[in-house]
Design a protein around this ligand. Structure first.
Ligand SMILES: NC(=O)c1ccc[n+]([C@@H]2O[C@H](COP(=O)([O-])OP(=O)(O)OC[C@H]3O[C@@H](n4cnc5c(N)ncnc54)[C@H](O)[C@@H]3O)[C@@H](O)[C@H]2O)c1
Length: 432
């Protein structure tokens, strides 16, 4: 089938590439010329494991194309995915201007019927708004269907998430669009749920908010553990063996970040408020998440009394491993907090250093973990990169001024670090 994906970011590029991989003819469009130029040269503008090989194979086999020409790309395909950003407005609502602009462009340019698919995460009832734009701005008087097809991929495992999804959600009121979307995804052999458009839109915000809630729940428990001497790992493990609860996302640390959870929870609170419903539960999820960052800064501050002139080596900047994405990364706020308290900061992240260069000031960028830790007063882990787990911590101990490790991701057992001789301060567990 012929598909155009508008927006070639984390979601659009993965969606377009994976649809090409399962045999469709795909054009990925972006209005960022630099991004499209890079893709034409075979350079992937984001870090996403496995994506480069797929892009290369599918471009070589003439199934995947890149373009900045939106009107032309719209007329090459019957199915148009909108995968542009929906960032937070200052008041927390989702900014739909990028999505709406694309809808205007589609309405003006389309010369034959199109299925317009909302892939971006949008508030419930955005489908109605798209339908209104498409039909009032309809330049060539063609038929448009709107479909909601939210995306659940996770950065870092986006390709496998797309190729082996837990479920595919398709919201549409049109029988023929339902059939075509089913055909599109058929090769994935994944469970498909068909709903109306509003329900599909809600499934996305409801899912992300629920996952954020699980993280904040674990973090609230971690704070109780710290006051009582209990161990959050044991508490969460004990809970997780109950099949009704399960282990996923019950993970204490410095909180969630990234381009989705913070903005989606925020947007969901506003969506409810606009309907006269107070979603205080999610507001608490947000407060707990913020608190984890300040708590971590305070822990470091408390250890030293004053951070004036102290050097903290920060390992990990990305909001999670296997991505270079720094959007709403907890590390950024924590670094700002430490700097405000007078600390000097040195940083290292395996893949996010280029992005960090644009976001951080007054920090020393280093080339690896040991370069980062050399002579520092303490080390603080902010992202659970597997390579930090496997580091030679015995050697690390010898190059730090003092062996003090603040672990914002609970990478190690207390026994492990005690044995090596680190003063080890983590989240929801006794310091050792
Ligand atoms: N990143 C994730 O893990 C993830 C997962 C699921 C859903 N989502 C949702 O998917 C959407 C996209 O997220 P993302 O992380 O891929 O964003 P992104 O910022 O990485 O990519 C968006 C792209 O759209 C392009 N764009 C904007 N306006 C355009 C226009 N008029 N024409 C052509 N291109 C245009 C931008 O240049 C950019 O490359 C958001 O709604 C997000 O909430 C993201």
């Amino acid at each position: 089938m012929k598909v155009t994906v508008v927006g070639t970011g984390y979601v659009g590029l993965v969606t377009g590439t994976c649809l090409a991989e399962i045999g469709h003819q795909v054009i990925c469009v972006d209005n960022n010329t630099e991004k499209i130029d890079k893709l034409h040269k075979g350079i992937i503008p984001i870090y996403e494991p496995g994506l480069e090989d797929l892009v290369r194979r599918n471009t070589e086999q003439n199934r995947l194309f890149f373009s900045i020409d939106l009107p032309r790309s719209i007329n090459e395909s019957e199915i148009i995915f909108i995968a542009v950003g929906t960032p937070s407005k200052p008041n927390g609502e989702a900014d739909l201007s990028y999505v709406e602009n694309v809808a205007y462009e589609i309405a003006k340019a389309a010369k034959d019927p199109k299925i317009v698919v909302e892939k971006s995460t949008v508030p419930v009832e955005t489908g109605n708004r798209l339908y209104e734009i498409l039909h009032t701005q309809n330049g060539h008087k063609v038929k448009f269907d709107v479909v909601s097809n939210p995306e659940f991929l996770r950065e870092g495992t986006a390709v496998s998430d797309f190729m082996r999804p837990d479920r595919i959600v398709i919201g549409t009121e049109s029988e023929s669009s339902r059939e075509k979307m089913k055909r599109l995804y058929d090769p994935l052999k994944a469970p498909i749920i068909f709903t109306d458009i509003s329900s599909a839109e809600l499934i996305k915000h409801a899912s992300n908010s629920f996952l954020a809630l699980k993280i904040s729940y674990a973090n609230a428990l971690a704070n109780i553990c710290e006051k009582t001497g209990a161990n959050i790992d044991d508490v969460v493990y004990g809970m997780s063996l109950d099949k009704r609860i399960g282990p996923h996302f019950l993970k204490a640390g410095i909180g969630y970040g990234g381009s989705c959870f913070p903005k989606d929870v925020d947007a969901f609170v506003r969506i409810a408020a606009a309907k006269g419903i107070s979603f205080g539960l999610l507001e608490e999820v947000q407060s707990i998440n913020e608190l984890q960052r300040t708590n971590f800064v305070e822990k470091i501050q408390k250890k030293f009394g004053s951070l004036e002139g102290k050097t903290i080596a920060v390992l990990g900047l990305a909001f999670k491993p296997d991505t270079d994405d720094l959007r709403s990364a907890p590390a950024l706020d924590i670094i700002a907090g430490l700097q405000k308290a007078g600390a000097k900061i040195r940083v290292f992240d395996p893949v996010a250093m280029d992005n960090a260069n644009q976001k951080l000031s007054n920090v020393e960028f280093t080339v690896n973990e040991f370069d980062c830790m050399k002579g520092a007063d303490a080390v603080a882990i902010m992202t659970e990169w597997p390579q930090f787990r496997g580091l030679d911590w015995k050697q690390a101990k010898t190059i730090l001024k003092k062996p003090i490790l603040f672990d914002g991701r609970n990478l190690f057992s207390l026994e492990q670090m005690k044995k090596i001789g680190f003063e080890y301060i983590s989240v929801g567990r006794k310091p050792v």
